[in-house]
Design a protein around this ligand. Structure first.
Ligand code: F3S
Length: 754
């Protein structure tokens, strides 16, 4: 048994009393989100009715999960926190560092050869500090968490944006940076601004080609890529019960694509079935005894407008399958309009690669539905027209689907099965292409489709859809193919049609696997040695950042004024850079490579104010660092959207960036900047963005008096000698102000543990 039954029993044992307190305090019916949040307040957090979207609240999550790319920096930081063991059950999952090239077996052995130093480091730190370790090939973090650790009514954080996947099993699960994981593992309160709530009422029933993926693609269309920022989405209504637990996971997973803090569903019999089918009958039994506590109150769902900040309603019976993209997950095309829209917008029509699986969509149900299309294709003498790749989410899924002949259906039509790892989803993909300059289209059942996300190529137009639709369109070979009505010509020249997909929620013979690839936390770890070589270019022990103890921050030179979308991928690119995730100095050479310079409309190009010359953005940052020049960054709307990558905050700090001023921030990135001791500000008047010129320096005044709710004065010094004073807002809480003055959150934790 991997899950900690005692932990779940403890959570449930105190749930009732904590809920009573919450009911007495709020004096009204409660949403499920409120039930979970109020029952997970940190012991030092006095209860009151917290103002959504305003109050910072201290929580005590039950678990921490980390993936190998983010775990490196999280654990390097945890090693500096002054503790012997982690304070809550925690796990490390090796999934991001495995590059997809030719297929599972070879790719996995290549990954071991290339990353053994990092894997061994993670294994030894896990052993030393009581952390469960999932080896490369064991599975993708969110699938493994759903299969083993998630439980209804629980709260967890994970160092990956798609931690929210566990909402499919009724958990408040939130993606954070490594520094937040350090807080929780070090028994510090974990702070979050009380999220606002969006209620999503589901009516009707999915059928035919429509799947759970289409529900979230529809929600993304309605709310847009930043419409969920600062919100938790709570799904309810009779339609919810028509969606499997893993389907709910898919919907929650992609809540990250609309910026939502997390998403969740109330406990139901589909979750109970999933727990029982994944060896957690005990958990199902416990949850079944308190179902009323594990869903929102009936009065809430009867009058949602009264209790949620916003309500949207979706009739599942009316959902048409969607294909969203390119470059953004909220640009939805109903399958009946995809061809026309693609032609009108001049998207490349031929699909060059189809990819299914990933943490978003690799349940047994997903793969069997997609396989039903592949099976028909074989029977009807069709093959995929192009490359087709399948990523199982875990070894349990891979083993079971192989045993049941599901994977064979994909291979029969030309599919290649990749390792149980992130691979192309995170840009860990050695894509075979004859011409990278060609505008091209790929179609995936993943979650993200930012430019360059999958293969690092800006010419690639990435679209996301359900696994069954990706499979069908890869067989059709073009965006103009609508499998719901169009025919295809088979090998014999006959006209054939594909029938709607069918799938199975659970394997008839049950899930199985031979090698789990899991190393449980060691009982005695006193003799475990952690090795980080001095000359390693993959790992580097951390030096604390200096304190921010001046009165004013002066003479900061502009590093870059970023225009438009600037995600954490633009700030700290993934792909080949993943290998330096444990080495701050080396990875800093990718700083802001993807950010578009407002003055020149070009990425990776900025002016070095010291010598007046133009260079690549990280080159200028490096030159500033070497010259001891401190700098600032200007950003546009939703700056830092996308992921929990704290490297996107540590790198600028390492390179001497002191202040980031934006029109608006994505939540996780804003917190990460605060944790690393960078001053994160927003323009009080968004139009002041236009006042920043290429040769400007700025002074930020009175930071020694930084106080909650008090605006900060920024003086802009233009090259011609003119100065302008503008005001900037911030969202620092009292403790975050302490982080800032200490130089970083970790500096403060260490001081408190000493
Ligand atoms: Fe991995 Fe992609 Fe999920 S990178 S964790 S499979 S979003």
């Amino acid at each position: 048994m991997l899950f900690d039954l005692d932990l779940i029993k403890n959570v449930y044992a105190s749930f009732e009393d904590k809920l009573k307190d919450a009911r007495n305090t709020l004096n009204r019916p409660l949403t499920l989100t409120e039930k979970i949040l109020y029952s997970h307040l940190h012991k030092d957090q006095p209860i009151k009715e917290f103002k959504r979207g305003e109050d910072y609240v201290n929580f005590a999550p039950d678990r921490v999960a980390m993936q190998d790319a983010t775990a490196q920096m999280a654990l390097l930081q945890f090693m500096n926190a002054g503790r012997n063991k982690v304070a809550v059950p925690s796990t490390v999952h090796c999934d991001h560092l495995i590059q997809a090239q030719v297929g599972a077996e070879k790719d996995l052995s290549t990954a071991w050869n290339q990353n053994s130093e990092v894997f061994e480091f993670l294994k030894s730190v896990s052993k030393k500090y009581g952390i469960g370790f999932w080896e490369p090939g064991a599975g993708i973090i969110h699938q493994v968490v759903l299969e083993n650790y998630a439980f209804p009514g629980g709260m967890m954080i994970g160092t990956d944006s798609h931690t929210v996947n566990a909402g499919g099993l009724g958990m408040v699960a939130i993606g954070v940076g490594g520094a937040d994981a350090v807080d929780v593992m070090a028994d510090m309160p974990w702070e979050l601004k009380m999220p606002k709530l969006i209620g999503v009422k589901l009516t009707g029933k999915l059928s035919g080609w429509a799947s759970s993926k289409d529900v979230i693609l529809k929600v993304a269309e309605i709310l847009t890529a930043k419409g969920g920022t600062g919100f938790i989405l709570e799904y309810f209504g009779e339609g919810a019960n028509s969606i499997s637990c893993t389907g709910k996971g898919t919907i929650c997973n992609m809540g990250a694509e609309i910026g939502a803090t997390t998403s969740l569903f109330g406990y139901d019999n589909r979750m109970s079935d999933y727990l029982q089918n994944t060896g957690r009958e005990d958990v199902a039994e416990l949850a079944n005894q308190m179902t009323a506590n594990l869903t929102g109150d009936k009065e809430v769902y009867d009058n949602p407008d009264q209790y949620f900040d916003k309500v949207i309603e979706i009739n599942l019976s009316e959902i048409e399958p969607l294909v969203n993209g390119p470059f953004t997950p909220d640009l939805a095309h109903p399958i009946s309009k995809l061809g026309d829209n693609a032609t009108k917008n001049d998207y490349p029509l031929d699909i060059e690669v189809g990819l299914i699986g990933s943490c978003t969509n690799s349940s047994y149900e997903d793969l069997t539905r997609a396989a039903s299309i592949a099976k028909q294709a074989k029977e009807k003498k069709l093959k995929v027209k192009t490359e087709f790749m399948v990523t199982p989410g875990s070894e349990m899924i891979r083993y079971t689907t192989e045993r049941d002949g599901v994977l064979k259906y994909f291979e029969d039509i030309g599919g290649v099965v990749l390792a149980n790892a992130c691979g192309p989803c995170i840009g860990q993909w050695k894509r075979h292409t004859d011409d990278p300059e060609r505008k091209n289209t790929i179609l995936t059942s993943f979650n993200r489709n930012f430019a360059k996300r999958n293969d690092g190529n800006p010419n690639t137009h990435g679209f996301v859809s359900s696994p069954e639709l990706v499979t069908a369109l890869t067989i059709g070979g073009t965006l103009t193919f609508n499998p719901m009505k169009d025919s295809l010509i088979n090998e014999d020249g006959e006209e054939v049609y594909l029938d709607p997909p069918t799938g199975e929620e659970f394997p008839q013979q049950g899930f199985d696997l031979k090698e789990m690839g899991f190393i449980p936390p060691a009982k005695d770890s006193s003799d475990v040695e952690i090795v980080v070589k001095e000359d390693s270019n993959r790992l580097q022990l951390l030096e604390p950042f200096p304190a921010n103890n001046e009165k004013d921050i002066k003479d900061l030179k502009l590093l870059i004024k970023a225009k438009g979308k600037c995600t954490t991928d633009h700030i700290s690119m993934a792909g080949p850079w993943l290998r330096f995730r444990g080495h701050l100095d080396n990875i800093s050479d990718n700083l802001l490579q993807g950010a578009v310079n407002e003055f020149h409309n070009k990425a990776n190009y900025t002016k070095n104010q010291v010598n007046g010359e133009y260079d690549k953005t990280p080159g200028v940052a490096r030159a500033y660092k070497e010259a001891g020049v401190q700098s600032f960054i200007i950003g546009d709307e939703n700056y830092g959207e996308g992921s929990s990558r704290e490297h996107a905050a540590m790198e600028p700090r390492h390179m001497g960036v002191r202040v980031v001023i934006v029109r608006s921030f994505a939540r996780i990135h804003e917190t990460n900047l605060k944790k690393q001791g960078i001053l994160a500000l927003t323009f009080a008047n968004p139009a002041d963005y236009d006042k920043i010129k290429e040769d400007d320096t700025i002074n930020v005044l009175d930071i020694d008096k930084l106080a909650p709710g008090k605006d900060v004065t920024v003086v802009i010094n233009h090259k011609d000698g003119a100065t302008e004073k503008i005001m900037a807002k911030h969202t620092y809480s009292p403790v975050q102000i302490e982080w800032f003055h200490a130089g970083s959150a970790l500096n403060l934790i260490r001081k408190q543990n000493q």
